[in-house]
Design a protein around this ligand. Structure first.
Ligand code: NAD
Length: 345
């Protein structure tokens, strides 16, 4: 029996999650809920997704736009086993009351504080912790990027300390009222919240983060300095580990990828849909080991990196796969994410 899934909140994350759920053979997308009519609502209808009215939204507004709706979000919740909440930051916590009343399980996003759910989740790091849970929070885009890298490194070695600077995009491409437009804004929260958030998944990891916001909509870039207590012998071994870990993509020097514009051009050209890059993007020439100290850059496509993790979260909650490796492989196949080096064909 396929798990019946609702998506509540149909913006940047919600519409991608809905498309991803629709591609799964062990899940059924029962409907999506949206507060207001928009071109995205029209496209949802054109995709055949039953459309429900969310939050403070009004049925009349959808009728005026000639968009058929199947009811309110409460009607949708009565038909599903789990809802994936993709409402704006902090609204998920409000919505949690609805989900509890309806008796459905829920997946929340990283814009909510960690206590919104029983566990903060990343498929590579703590898949088993979500098994059987009623509420799970998929950590934010930056945290997902850091936690994936931490999962890759700590699976083989021991990290003594990790210092990361997060160069954050100022806004998503459609957030036309946000900035900065021409400036670099240091985040005067020292350390930034990202390291604490990594600790919701890896409580023992000694990590400290700082952040600056820059005028780009494309991606975040992390500048990582990792000191190992027990680590790789050389840069090649470090790179090999990233290449053999799912959801990493390592660009080679000859490819001419000099920054986030080319990373996303690569994503456009390979054509997985939209311009999504769901892997951590690293550079061979942006990764170096010097004694016990590793430095590496990674670029994170904020709009899409958490999409596979939402699918794995549902699979873990409902026991749809025996373990993380099977779930990740199944999700990645369905979404077209290439397998890691050395994976069985
Ligand atoms: P968004 O603003 O693009 O989309 C949110 C959608 O929810 C909008 O369509 C909005 O109209 C709708 N909405 C408003 N109130 C609602 C309600 N009461 N019930 C249901 N829907 C409601 O936001 P987003 O960027 O998709 O972010 C969603 C969540 O994902 C947040 O927690 C965010 O922190 C997290 N997240 C965002 C990104 C990113 O870069 N965009 C990355 C990772 C995680």
């Amino acid at each position: 029996m396929a798990v019946r899934v609702a998506v509540n909140g149909y913006g940047t994350i919600g519409k991608r999650v809905a498309d991803a759920v629709a591609k799964q053979t062990d899940m059924t997308l029962v409907g999506v809920a949206k507060t207001r009519p928009s071109f995205e609502a029209r496209l949802a209808v054109q995709s055949g997704y039953p459309l429900y009215v969310a939050g403070e939204g009004e049925v009349a507004a959808f009728e005026k736009a000639h968009l058929p709706t199947a009811g309110r979000v409460e009607d949708l919740l009565r038909q599903v086993d789990v809802v994936i909440d993709a409402a704006p930051d902090k609204v998920g916590r409000e919505n949690a009351k609805l989900y509890a009343q309806a008796g459905v399980r829920a997946v929340f996003q990283g814009g909510e504080k960690s206590d919104v759910a029983e566990v903060s989740f990343n498929a590579l790091a703590n898949y088993d912790a979500a098994k059987g849970k009623r509420t799970v929070r998929v950590v934010s885009c930056n945290t997902t990027g850091l936690v994936r890298a931490a999962a890759a490194l700590t699976s083989k070695w021991e990290v003594e300390h990790w210092e990361a600077t997060i160069v954050r995009r100022g806004a998503d491409p459609t957030e036309t009222k946000k900035g900065p437009i021409n400036g670099i804004l240091p985040t005067f929260q020292l350390p930034s919240h990202h390291g604490h958030d990594v600790n919701t998944v890896f409580p023992q990891l000694h990590i400290s983060t700082t952040a600056v916001v820059v005028p780009t909509t494309l991606m975040h870039v992390h500048v990582n300095h990792v000191r190992f207590a027990r680590g790789p012998t050389d840069t090649a071994e470090l790179l090999d580990t990233f290449r053999r870990t799912p959801r990493f993509h390592v660009f080679e020097p000859w490819e001419g990828v000099d920054g986030t514009p080319h990373v996303l051009e690569y994503a456009r050209d390979r054509g997985l849909g939209r311009q999504d890059m769901m892997e951590n993007a690293l550079w061979e020439h942006g990764t170096r080991l010097d004694g016990r100290d590793a430095t590496f850059f990674q670029a994170i496509h904020q709009e899409s990196i958490v999409i596979p993790e939402n699918i794995d979260a549902v699979r873990a909650m409902f026991g749809l796969a025996p373990d993380a490796a099977h779930s990740i492989a199944q999700t990645d196949r369905s979404l077209g994410i290439p397998p890691p080096a050395g994976a069985p064909a």
